[in-house]
Design a binder for this molecule. Structure first.
Ligand code: 2P0
Length: 337
């Protein structure tokens, strides 16, 4: 692919974070290919979003990153590496200005890397005129950040390893996400109890590698994954809330138990995280259809059946230590704006 006079060189995209109900934690192979060792299934959110504008320009001497209006040198190397993947496909060495805004805390276990890299790929695809298929964009996003592959799609999406390319594509690798069902199939509501907006102490990539190499529970974690993913997809298709609640909490707790048993142990929870988990279980025992899930950070995501968000938000808001509640429904995939 060569750039032409009609290549826009500039594009803006929006993408939303996603929350995995069957969790991804662990890599297969080397870090450069970033292939997941487990399949995962997620919901894409609506109100939280990353908006990213890319401008490739011959006048730039180096890449620049402006995150929420401030130049960000710390995150720049990882962004430049992602831009290199786009530049290789566009056969160009043009440097790029990346202006990106998150309307939620960055790097705090709210999947900002999922929405961030999904938006970067979609904007880059248009800016450099790459004409990649959605599957190729998903694979490219996966190489940048595993969970970003899923944010290409709205509603319910999954990365199924049984469908990964074998042998791997020399450019894109193996694993990609696919949409399962649209948001309208089952418009679940999500209340995110924000416990801390500080950045997590150990990033996901580092944490996953630590678990892979040191956790005694890593092998059983991998073993149970196929069954979890098949069961979860069945429960989603059947809109079986109770079964999905039990299975998602199982996947979340299993991931954290395995991560906690790494050396040194990964402890993403705060006291308030546990308080919120108990409150969610108490609500479910009272008949309110809600379950929890937690990622690589202390925030608690309460997933509610349609119509129950207000009630759940009010209960979580009143807990000591909960800073705020972010309300979301299920949203669309990444797109040019
Ligand atoms: C997930 N997480 O499935 C899991 C659950 C966190 C806990 O995907 O190393 O930031 O960039 O591929 O995508 C976070 O992982 O990791 C994540 P990298 P990413 O949502």
């Amino acid at each position: 692919m060569q750039l032409s006079d009609s290549t826009p060189l500039c594009a803006e995209a929006v993408a939303h974070p996603n929350i995995a109900l069957i969790k991804y934690w662990g890599k297969a192979g080397d870090l450069h290919t970033n292939e997941p060792a487990v399949a995962s299934l997620s919901i894409t959110l609506d109100t939280l979003q990353t908006r990213t504008r890319l401008t490739f320009d011959a006048a730039l001497e180096s890449d620049t990153l402006i995150l929420n209006g401030q130049r960000d040198e710390r995150r720049l190397p990882r962004i430049s590496e992602a831009l290199d993947r786009l530049r290789a496909l566009g056969n160009t060495s043009l440097r790029c200005e990346v202006e990106t805004e998150n309307n939620f805390p960055t790097g705090a276990g709210l999947a900002s890397s999922a929405s961030g890299f999904a938006a970067l790929v979609v904007a880059g695809n248009t800016a450099l005129g790459l004409e990649l298929s959605l599957r190729e964009q998903s694979m490219l996003a996966r190489a940048m950040s595993g969970s970003a592959a899923r944010s290409l799609f709205g509603g319910f999406a999954r990365i199924a390893l049984t469908e990964a390319l074998n042998p791997p594509d020399p450019t894109f690798g193996s694993a990609y996400a696919q949409p399962i069902l649209e948001a309208s199939h089952w418009p679940l509501e999500v209340c995110v109890a924000v416990v801390s907006d500080r950045e997590k102490p150990v990033g996901s990539t580092e944490g996953m590698e630590l678990s892979r190499h040191t956790s005694p529970y890593y092998a059983p974690w991998l073993e149970g994954n196929n069954r979890d993913i098949e069961d979860a997809e069945r429960h989603v298709r059947a809109r079986d809330f109770e079964a999905l609640a039990e299975l998602s909490e199982f996947s979340c707790l299993k991931m954290h138990a395995m991560a906690m048993a790494s050396r040194p142990g990964l402890l993403y929870w705060h006291g308030t995280t546990v308080t919120a988990m108990h409150e969610i279980r108490a609500m479910r025992a009272e008949g309110i259809p809600v379950f929890f899930t937690i990622d690589a950070g202390p925030q608690v995501k309460a997933i509610c059946a349609p119509g129950y968000g207000d009630q759940v938000a009010a209960r979580l808001e009143g807990l000591p230590g909960v800073q705020s509640i972010l309300r979301c429904g299920l949203g669309e995939g990444a797109r040019i704006v």
